[in-house]
Design a protein around this ligand. Structure first.
Ligand SMILES: Cc1cc2nc3c(=O)[nH]c(=O)nc-3n(C[C@H](O)[C@H](O)[C@H](O)COP(=O)(O)O)c2cc1C
Ligand code: SF4
Length: 448
């Protein structure tokens, strides 16, 4: 087993008490809100920002931006400020935030309250994915219970810090996970990305300075505050310190969420998930959610820097593993269809590009592929992505368009023979299609 195995941190409470970890009684008995109390009595907002900055914590929502640095971008001396917790989690393959929300809503709330104190936000909005019915109910209950005990509201623990928390339910649009679309949606508008700059830290929710952070990022903060920077940096790599929850799915023996130290290899992570499913041999994997280009190297390190150097990304930590029976053309079609359906339509490259990609892929899948189709798909990707030497983002207005093209281009590069076979044979050449094993029910897939 990998030396990146750790004692549970974010997942600790529900590992110890799976039956009632979400209740306030159990959470408080397990120490919930004690770090908030400590922070309010011993730390200043600035010392907390400095601590999180020094820890090297990088956002767990997808982009991996350093959390403390993001906090320090807030417009100086402008109030009110808001903290928005991104609990939209619609990236295919990702299901870690759902488990945190359902199983440890108090850990999430404590992290959000400490972060609100650090950023001097007077209100926290949690944007909760509409489909999370159980998570939503538990979160609402947790807020009510925390408010009743004085952990939320006026003068928390007798301090000068007052903060309210509200939950807002999404309505199923993937684009509302993108932080500026999320802010529009929160304000009651149709969720579409905003032009940046200004960035939310300067002009965010209702025009006020706003920090948007992911659920897992928030749930990690209390542990850094309690155990310190050195403890956090003792795990992971120099550029990707700490632990991370990986949602592992696909053709592995035990799909589920696993909390490990960053920097293990893809092969080690698959071993943590029980190895490949019976009868499966490894073919490829998506290392960081549907937006991430595919990889075929089991020795690749699961860190922000190593995956970026390999032309892909850690993203949200959603690892989808494919075996020898997976048709690359079929997966490319499913993925592209998702991006096309979820494209918000605001900009032409993404709206039209994903539609054309989907149309050509469905033609190939339907047995009517043409000889020029793989080249055509490649060209469509190139047309959406940045030119060599240009800034990292492509020609679309937001990263959704880039993601669709990055992912498809990687599949075209890795498996050209499968696209050709679909043209030559007028059908999928693979003898059978194996369904993925069902995801382990929440918690059963946990590492420790
Ligand atoms: C299309 C799209 C969807 C996204 N969906 C999510 C999401 O569901 N949850 C999330 O935390 N971040 C999502 N993000 C990233 C957010 O824009 C933002 O970077 C993140 O919430 C910041 O939190 P962090 O710094 O803690 O990672 C998405 C980005 C894009 C472009
Ligand atoms: S890239 Fe796609 S999702 Fe993003 S703004 Fe353009 S059309 Fe909308």
């Amino acid at each position: 087993m990998t030396d990146r195995m750790i004692d549970p941190v974010v997942t600790k409470r529900w590992k110890a008490h799976p039956e009632d970890s979400f209740t306030i009684e159990r959470a408080v008995a397990d120490g919930a809100y004690e770090t908030l109390r400590l922070a309010l009595s011993t730390e200043t907002p600035q010392s907390l920002v400095d601590k999180v900055k020094a820890s090297g914590l990088r956002g767990r929502g997808g982009a991996g931006f350093p959390t403390g640095t993001k906090w320090s971008f807030l417009a100086k001396d402008v109030y009110p400020r808001y903290l928005v917790v991104n609990d939209d989690e619609a990236e295919p393959g990702t299901f870690k935030d759902r488990e945190i929300t359902e199983r440890d809503p108090h850990g999430l709330l404590e992290g959000a309250l400490i972060s609100a104190y650090a950023t001097q936000a007077s209100r926290v909005y949690i944007y909760c994915r509409g489909e999370f019915s159980l998570g939503y109910r538990r979160l609402q209950q947790a807020i009510e219970d925390a408010r009743a005990r004085g952990f939320i509201g006026e003068h928390i623990f007798g301090s000068d810090f007052s903060c309210q928390v509200e939950v807002h339910r999404g309505a199923g649009a993937y684009i509302c996970g993108e932080e500026t679309s999320l802010l529009d949606s929160l304000e009651g508008y149709r969720g579409q990305p905003r032009l940046r700059p200004p960035f939310p830290a300067v002009k965010g929710l209702y025009g006020a300075p706003t920090v948007v952070n992911n659920v897992e990022t928030m749930a990690t903060v209390p542990h850094i505050v309690r155990h310190g920077v050195d403890w956090f940096r003792s795990m992971g790599t120099e550029q990707s310190p700490g632990m991370k929850m990986f949602s592992v799915s696909g053709h592995v023996a035990r799909p589920g969420n696993y909390e490990v130290a960053l920097g293990l290899t893809l092969g080690e992570l698959i071993d943590v998930a029980g190895g490949m499913a019976a009868g499966s041999t490894f073919k490829a994997a998506i290392p960081g959610g549907s937006s991430a280009p595919w990889v075929t190297d089991l020795n690749i390190q699961m860190s922000f820097e190593a995956l970026a150097a390999a032309g892909t990304m850690l993203g949200s930590g959603a690892v989808v593993v494919f075996d020898q029976t997976t048709c690359a053309v079929r997966m490319a079609t499913i993925n592209t269809r998702f991006f096309n359906i979820e494209s918000c339509g605001k900009c032409t490259p993404c709206r039209e590009g994903t539609w054309w990609m989907r149309k050509v892929l469905e033609r190939l899948e339907g047995g009517e592929g043409r000889q020029e189709d793989a080249d055509l798909l490649f060209q469509l990707c190139e047309d959406m992505l940045p030119e060599a030497g240009a800034p990292a983002s492509g020609r679309s207005f937001c990263a959704l368009g880039d993601s669709a093209a990055w992912s498809l281009r990687s599949i075209l590069k890795l498996f050209p023979e499968e696209f050709q076979a679909h043209v030559d044979e007028g059908a999928c050449p693979l003898p059978q299609r194996r369904l993925f094993p069902a995801h382990a029910s929440a918690g059963h897939g946990s590492a420790a």
